[in-house]
Write a protein that binds this ligand. Structure first.
Ligand code: ATP
Ligand code: MG
Length: 113
C-alpha cells in the first residue's frame, strides 16, 4: 500500500480529478495549501496567485492506494497537471503501513477503496 501526496496548480485540479476518475480512482482528499518550489515563489508568479510573502496558492491531493494503482495514479496526476512550465507541481509516494475503515474495522487493502 502506498500513500501518494501531490501538490499541483489549482487550475489543473478538475483535469486531474477527471483523469483519476477515468482510471477508477475515486477516493481522494483535497486541500487548499500554500507552497513554494525551487524558484521560491518568485519566477512563477505570472501563473499563480501570490498568497503571502513568497508563498503561492496550490492544491494538495492525497490518495491511498493498493500497489497496482500507484502507476495509474501517478499517470493521471502527471497527465492532468503537466503543462511543461515551472510550477507544474510534484508527487511524493510513501510506503503506507496500515489503513483502517472506522465503520467496519476492515484493515489493509480491504479498507482502502
Ligand atoms: N521538496 C519539496 N518539499 C515540500 N514541498 C515541495 C517540494 N518541492 C515542491 N513542493 C511543493 O510543490 C509545489 C510545486 O513545486 P514546483 O512544481 O514549483 O517544484 P520545483 O521543484 O520548483 O519544479 P519546477 O522547476 O518545475 O517549478 C511547491 O509550491 C511546494 O508547495
Ligand atoms: Mg517551481
Amino acid at each position: 500500500m502506498k500513500y501518494i501526496i501531490a501538490v499541483i496548480q489549482p487550475d489543473r485540479m478538475d483535469e486531474v480529478l477527471q483523469r483519476l476518475e477515468d482510471k477508477e480512482i475515486h477516493l481522494v482528499t483535497v486541500s487548499s495549501v500554500m507552497g513554494r518550489g525551487r524558484q521560491k515563489g518568485v519566477a512563477e508568479v505570472y501563473r499563480s496567485h501570490k498568497e503571502a510573502g513568497s508563498l503561492l496558492k496550490k492544491v494538495k491531493l492525497e490518495i491511498a492506494v493498493n500497489d497496482e494503482f500507484v502507476k495509474p495514479t501517478v499517470e493521471a496526476i502527471t497527465g492532468g497537471a503537466r503543462t511543461g512550465q515551472i510550477g507544474d507541481g510534484k508527487i511524493f509516494v510513501f510506503d503506507m503501513e496500515e489503513c483502517i475503515r472506522i465503520r467496519t474495522a476492515e484493515t489493509g487493502s480491504m479498507a482502502i477503496g
